[in-house]
Design a protein around this ligand. Sequence first.
Ligand SMILES: Cc1ncc(COP(=O)(O)O)c(C=O)c1O
Length: 344
Amino acid sequence: MKKIDLRSDTVTLPSEEMLEAMRYAKLGDDVFGDDPTVIELQEKAAKLLSMEAALLVCSGTMGNICGLVSQTKKGDEVILEQNSHIVLHEVASPAVIGGLQLRTLQGKDGYLITPEMLNDAVRGIDLHYPISSLVSIENTHNMAGGKVWSKEQLQDLYKSAKKNNLKVHIDGARLFNAVIASGISARELVKGADSIMFCLSKGLACPIGSIVAGSQEFINQALRIRKMLGGGMRQAGIIAAPGIIALEKMIDRLADDHKNAQILKKGLSNIEGLITRECQTNILFIDISGLNITGEQFKADLAKNNITVSSRWDTVFRLVTHYGIEKEDIEFVIDVIHKLYAKK
Ligand SMILES: Cc1ncc(COP(=O)(O)O)c(C=O)c1O
């Protein structure tokens, strides 16, 4: 029986074509800057984003650290949405590695930082204050349920950041889900930002790796931070080869994940006691508190049917659709949950 793992799009396995590409990748020593496959991936990524340069890093977390630490000084303040991944799930790396203080804002609809919010959060000039030097946003916003920033919202943020002398970093772990959902190209979405990180290892199905991109000056600095973190990799073409396939072939298919998430939402929406939240991309939050069972019980019931889920808060679960999960799998999940919990 197939295992259906809805915990995250990070569980995706590489395609056969990716594995083949890894086997036959032309390799060099990337710390010396001469791995041709890494160079090809980085150039491709930079072009896709219309940024001067791009850099392959081990993970999204490492990419975010590079983005924040390369563009700030110790003691600076970075502004972020309070439930962003960097705030909740990156082990206080901005503080530990960058000596940065985080100023967190409650995002509108769980994700959005408006120009007004930004203006209010930026410190004035005063001996007592840290220097506000960067704002970091998340698109799509994971904890808000994969919510997508509109182009206008992004432009407003870039403009007000510029006015306030702030750099803008985008945690675009799922940038291409935002591209597919909004119908706006990646280069349009990031135009006006100073740095962007996106993950190859989530919905794009690569086993490892993320990209950071920005100006050449930024990448020169990010390269130093990556090295400092132990992220200088030697024959990294092995990782870059599936990345090239991801950029060429795995972006458009994210639309299938979004469709499957909608099917899942619709299929679960008529179960009394189960609430489905708004879903714009491949992340669906459901709240099962009205079913009168514990989160642990729900998890165990599904596990008996080969379905793996994980909770965010006791009875609130994040279900993520991704490469390897087909429409029939989603229909199976809906059927199982109905059989288990729908009132007859
Ligand atoms: C929004 C967001 N940013 C960053 C990351 C970090 O990526 P990684 O797990 O590759 O470090 C994640 C991972 O789930 C994420 O969801």
